[in-house]
Design a binder for this molecule. Sequence first.
Ligand SMILES: NC(=O)c1ccc[n+]([C@@H]2O[C@H](COP(=O)([O-])OP(=O)(O)OC[C@H]3O[C@@H](n4cnc5c(N)ncnc54)[C@H](OP(=O)(O)O)[C@@H]3O)[C@@H](O)[C@H]2O)c1
Length: 251
Amino acid sequence: MALQDYQTALVTGASSGIGAATVRLLAARGLSVHALARRRDRLAELEDAGDVTIHAVDIRDRDALYETLGKIEVDILVNSAGVGSRFDAFHELDPDNIDATLETNIFGTIHAARAVSPGMVARGRGHIVNIGSIFGLHAIGAAVYGASKGAVHVLSQDLRHDLKGTGIRVTEVSPGRAATEIFATMTDDPAAQSAMAEGFEIITAQDVAEAVIWALDQPWRVNISLIELTSTEQVPGGVGIHPVAGRSSHD
Ligand SMILES: NC(=O)c1ccc[n+]([C@@H]2O[C@H](COP(=O)([O-])OP(=O)(O)OC[C@H]3O[C@@H](n4cnc5c(N)ncnc54)[C@H](OP(=O)(O)O)[C@@H]3O)[C@@H](O)[C@H]2O)c1
């Protein structure tokens, strides 16, 4: 089942970054797209992309999420809503920020999948794409964010087992550092936010969205289970200095 065989999609985290880029690509391919995030004004900017319906919902509000998703039928779910955890040292992290990170990145992802999957099972087709992270695949050094994305990794791989035979495909797309607004969720310091995009050419939201579309566009016999993509100059889990060449690496 390639992309042209799907008709409707839901993208969470659609108001910026990877989610917004994915909405635009799906709409350009003729799909009817539901775009979900908290910021209604930013979602409204997507309405010129094609057949796009916006839903201003906090994914941590479980009742609102199930109520919203219970009213729509989607062939594709792209779970992109997520926040980065703060730059602070682990022992200084605000407990509220820990909860917000886990509630958004884990609970939001699981509940969105749970909410749309009954319809997919009933129709015998569907595709769930979870945006993970290299932090979920490698120990890089952001324990709470890494734990949240590690959960997304195991969730995605286990969903392949749990949904086998239902007609639902599951894909995890785990990017390295990409130029989006997520840096603002990690630190309030504009200089530190800018520094995240400096030093080497980082990938873009569009790069990641193109990978999502590629996975969705495969023929039915193919399930792309995991895509890890990074900047050419970013090596996940790298220590500061390359032990042989003496070059710095970037995590
Ligand atoms: N950029 C990177 O370097 C990078 C690398 C690896 C993985 N990722 C992952 O990629 C995904 C997308 O992030 P991004 O880089 O595109 O960042 P972004 O531009 O900050 O987008 C994050 C999106 O999530 C939404 N969101 C956050 N909290 C939400 C909530 N409680 N309810 C509903 N929506 C919520 C935001 O919208 P509102 O604020 O309007 O709600 C926004 O649309 C995330 O899961 C992130 O962990 C990013």
